[in-house]
Design a protein around this ligand. Structure first.
Ligand SMILES: C[S@@+](CC[C@H](N)C(=O)[O-])C[C@H]1O[C@@H](n2cnc3c(N)ncnc32)[C@H](O)[C@@H]1O
Length: 273
């Protein structure tokens, strides 16, 4: 049973499978990558077949919960990107983009190149009917910033499929100290803005530190998050309340306080419905 504007504790496969009809406008999933991260309760080192079968289950449950006009985004590392692509194809989803989220990473390597990216798969259920709010995510084009080209579209351009956003470093205000792999709000902002509209329902089956729900609420969307860890649910629910009340600052607040205040006002409305 999906209760809007909550983060609940439980197994996403069970909870989403119990959904009687498709309700989500956008599903964003950042599953455990099966690379041995230390989570509160989840064991992130499973046999290949077990992890693959489970991935099929949760992706299937997400698809069933997704409206016919909905969008489905999945973040994954190199280890299982190929498998995720195949499962998405088998589920009959339409791949719109295979985005690379690029980040610079401080570590230096000697015998190979340092990993500095995560895959972001973007599918829609329908090949033609879906939300893509291009105006919400346009950025200044090189024609505008570099070449002073008169042909430049004054509204800028839709970003390419390689995105550069910093990871959430330990020193960032945005960083929570109780979750091992927090997504940056900036990545979620672009996804939530482009693939949903105010009032839409955004679902995150692996809610973790609550990034997706915080961003969705701040942008005036309804949200529903699930995590197996009671601790993460309790802490992320606090993070959500602190974000919306202004007690917690994110990186972007420092950059654009006006925008954030406006977004927060919208978010507060959604939070209270
Ligand atoms: C990669 S983290 C998600 C991080 C999140 N995107 C964020 O920004 O904080 C994956 C999360 O999935 C949770 N998890 C693992 N198995 C689950 C399941 N069956 N149902 C719901 N959550 C699960 C883990 O507890 C962990 O918090």
């Amino acid at each position: 049973m999906i209760k809007h504007n909550t983060i609940v504790c439980g197994d996403c496969v069970k909870i989403l499978s119990a959904c009687k009809e498709p309700v989500a406008d956008l599903v964003f999933a950042d599953p455990p990558f099966n690379i041995g991260y230390k989570y509160d309760v989840y064991e992130d080192r499973r046999k290949y077949d077990d992890y693959y079968a489970w991935t099929e289950q949760w992706m299937g449950a997400c698809c069933a919960a997704l409206k016919p006009t909905g969008s489905f985004w999945v973040a994954i590392g190199d280890e299982y990107a190929a498998e995720i692509k195949i499962i998405g194809d088998r589920l009959g989803l339409h791949l719109r983009n295979w985005v690379i989220w690029h980040y610079t990473f401080g570590q230096s390597t000697k015998a190979k190149f340092a990993r500095s990216h995560t895959h972001l798969f973007y599918w829609t259920k329908d090949p033609r009917t879906f939300t893509f709010n291009d105006a919400e995510v346009r950025i200044p084009s090189a024609r505008q910033t570099t070449y002073a080209d008169k042909r430049a579209n004054p509204r800028g351009k839709v970003p390419d499929d390689v995105w550069s956003f910093s990871r959430v470093c330990g020193t960032f205000k945005e960083r929570v100290q109780w979750h091992p792999c927090q997504m940056p709000e900036k990545v979620l902002e672009r996804i939530v803005k482009v693939s949903s509209s105010p009032g839409d329902l955004v679902v995150d089956p692996f809610s973790g530190s609550g990034t997706t729900c915080c961003v969705a609420a701040r942008l005036g969307r309804r949200y529903f998050g699930i995590d197996v860890s009671e601790q993460y649910v309790t802490e992320s629910t606090k993070r959500l309340a602190d974000t919306l009340s202004g007690r917690r600052e994110t990186t972007e607040i420092a950059e654009n306080p006006e925008l954030l205040r406006a977004e927060r006002r919208k978010g507060l409305r959604a939070y209270r419905t």
